[in-house]
Design a protein around this ligand. Structure first.
Ligand code: ZN
Length: 162
């Protein structure tokens, strides 16, 4: 069947920047995405590109920043106490790292400057402002279960009992 809103879609992707530099490859990660299409689980440009494809399809899509992680905005530098970083000693300018938020949760940031007890970070998403190229292979398309539709996400198949 073809991918459409509210179907479950599994796929592999290889993500490069516009110069062809590799950013992520789902085949080298722990698992490839399994999403409920239409629920914003991937960037809008990828979600739109998946529609109409079926298992076995391979295609490439170039996604502009506004259809990915947004434009890079100026004035997004924030000064954060070092204690909010789990790896404060290893930080270097230009590195991306993860900041633990006071409300819980985490945010990817880019280190701008390191002080004695604080770190200046750019809170733009590290991929903001980038045009991204995805090479996608669709591996699975199926009807969502009522439970998946109610939860708003896909449920991976349970491993076969050994
Ligand atoms: Zn669920």
């Amino acid at each position: 069947m073809k991918a459409s809103k509210n179907t479950v879609v599994g796929f592999h992707y290889r993500l490069t920047d516009k110069d062809g530099e590799l950013i992520e490859d789902s085949r080298s990660g722990a698992r490839s995405p399994l999403i409920l299409l239409g629920r914003s689980q991937v960037v809008p440009g990828v979600e739109a590109a998946l529609e109409g494809h079926e298992p076995g399809d391979n295609f490439e899509v170039e996604v502009a920043p506004e259809q990915a992680y947004g434009e890079h905005r100026e004035g997004m530098i924030q000064r954060v106490p070092k204690k909010y970083f789990h790896n404060a000693k290893q930080l270097k300018p230009g590195m991306t790292t993860v900041l633990s938020l006071r409300e819980g949760g985490q945010q990817a940031v880019t280190v701008n400057k390191i002080g004695m007890s604080t770190v200046d970070v750019d809170v733009n998403h590290p991929m903001a402002g980038k045009t991204l190229k995805f090479a996608i292979e669709v591996t699975e398309v199926r009807e969502a279960t009522p439970e998946e539709l109610a939860h708003g996400h896909a449920h991976p198949a349970k491993p076969d009992p050994a």
